[in-house]
Design a protein around this ligand. Structure first.
Ligand code: PLP
Length: 460
């Protein structure tokens, strides 16, 4: 149920503070009732137009789109919030492939891939991805998340160990939790910490497996590990290397192999995971492993493969066509346009006093800071006519809220100029409002004779 009545009054403290983390472990016997606190906090934010999540598009997710916020506000403007890095989601060839799949097959695969859910398109897609990844066998999954989960859960057993970056994606963490209690997190991109963990594990356990889990591009920070160094550590300590390349596969590098290709690490990775939802215009994901034996094993021992319905023929046909484009001269040109856009945006942001984080990729994180400030800035930005996603704690460190700008190859320089200009304006206005708000808040707190009915405690 959405609170559509906008409270135009002063923003209560609780709408500018707090995080999802506070509601993660509610207590009490009534599992339905005990989650109410989250809704109250969320709805308070919603009533002040400060809940930037769960937006819906009314048009295709192109460079300009019309959308609605979960607060009920209509948005229309330049779109930097969709993950369609090579602008393939509305590509005529892909739409045609999807339409042909509907004509030939209908809309549904009607089964798990372990039963009768494979289609001519899905088998062709597996072959296409295998060929792209130098021949390694590939298994398809209904989503990128289920692929990441499956690769870890399908291979790791209770006595094994998983060593993973603290920022590893939820699917990888949940896959690990479903498999073993021997999970060893290390500091983000910290090779020394990786080595310490591997050393410690091997000092006590020479019998069981170790899976070292990383991503080729971490999407909240837009940064990349030294995959060769991780490989060397795996060799030294007899561990396997898993790389999730959801965000750069197809969209970065001359050939489109992402950082795995740039670092010449395709063959050196034991397990590669990919998602179709960022670059390949569809839900879906894959796991590629070094041997046919391991691929067959995953088909029957990873829960999200065996016990979940296979990709639809529409999805498989769309992704297959997307791969053909990604691997063609057009794909190369689209990657070049994307990278040109990214570099131009980073330069312009810097020139306008906006701080970008990480390395160049389709994701450009722009630092805002305090969560309250960021919520106001995000509200302002959409009001001005630009759409960009806000990420806040616990997805990123506390006080490190940021816009996670997602760039497409079809964006024009004018689109980028507009975003930069509107973001600068949104942040400037937010800083004034937030400062005034904090000053008022302090004066209220230091004036004991004034009784205020402002809610000052968090809505939990
Ligand atoms: C590293 C990583 N792995 C997996 C996924 C899940 O992919 P999908 O959204 O396609 O299910 C994501 C999505 O953001 C991701 O960032």
């Amino acid at each position: 149920m959405t609170n559509t009545t906008k409270d135009k009054g002063r923003i209560p403290e609780a709408a500018l503070t707090g995080s999802l983390r506070e509601y993660r472990v509610p207590t009490g016997t009534d599992m339905i009732k005990r989650v109410d606190g989250f809704f109250q906090w969320q709805d308070l934010r919603r009533s002040h137009n400060l809940w930037p999540y769960a937006k819906s598009t009314a048009t295709a997710p192109r460079t300009h789109t019309t959308a609605k916020t979960d607060c009920g506000t209509d948005l229309s403007g330049v779109n930097f919030a969709s993950q369609d890095y090579l602008s393939l989601a509305s590509h005529p060839r892909i739409k045609e492939a999807a339409q042909k799949a509907i004509t030939d097959y209908g809309v549904h695969s009607a089964g798990s891939a372990a039963l009768l859910g494979n289609t001519r398109q899905s088998l062709a897609l597996e072959d296409e991805i295998s060929d792209f990844l130098y021949g390694r066998p590939t298994v398809l999954f209904p989503t990128g998340w289920s692929a990441g989960f499956a690769a870890v859960q399908g291979l790791v057993r209770p006595d094994d160990h998983v060593v993973m970056d603290v920022l590893a994606h939820s699917c990888l963490q949940e896959g690990a939790r479903a498999s073993t209690s021997n999970i060893h997190f290390h500091g983000h991109l910290n090779l020394k910490a990786v080595e310490r963990r591997l050393q410690r594990i091997r000092a006590n356990d020479a019998q069981n497996g170790i899976l070292l889990v990383t991503e080729s591009l971490f999407s909240m920070h837009s940064d990349t590990p030294d995959i060769g160094a991780l490989r060397a550590l795996c060799d030294e300590y007899n561990a396997m290397l898993l790389v999730d390349c959801a965000h750069d596969f197809g969209s970065i590098g001359e050939a489109g192999l992402g950082h795995l290709g740039l670092q010449n690490m395709v063959d050196a990775s034991d397990v590669i995971i990919g998602s179709f939802s960022k670059t390949f215009a569809s839900n879906g994901g894959f796991v590629s492993v070094k041997t046919r034996e391991a691929a067959e094993y995953l088909k029957y021992y990873s829960a999200t493969q065996t016990f979940s319905n296979a990709l639809s023929p529409i999805q498989a046909a769309s992704v297959l066509e997307a791969f053909k484009i990604v691997r063609s001269t057009e794909g190369k040109q689209r990657r070049k346009s994307l990278m040109d856009n990214v570099l131009y945006m980073r330069k312009e942001m810097g020139l306008h006093g906006l701080e970008t984080l990480g390395d160049p990729s389709a994701i450009v994180p722009v630092r805002v800071g305090a969560e309250g400030l960021a919520r106001i800035a995000s509200r302002n930005l959409s009001g001005l006519g630009a759409i960009a996603n806000l990420v806040e704690y616990p997805a990123v460190p506390q006080g490190g809220a940021r816009f996670r700008v997602q760039v497409m190859s079809d964006h024009s320089k004018e689109d980028i100029d507009l975003l930069v200009q509107l973001m600068q304006q949104a942040m400037k206005d937010a800083e004034v409002e937030y400062r005034t708000y904090r000053e008022d808040e302090n004066s209220i707190m230091h004036t004991p004779t004034i009784s205020t009915e402002e809610p000052t405690s968090q809505a939990a």
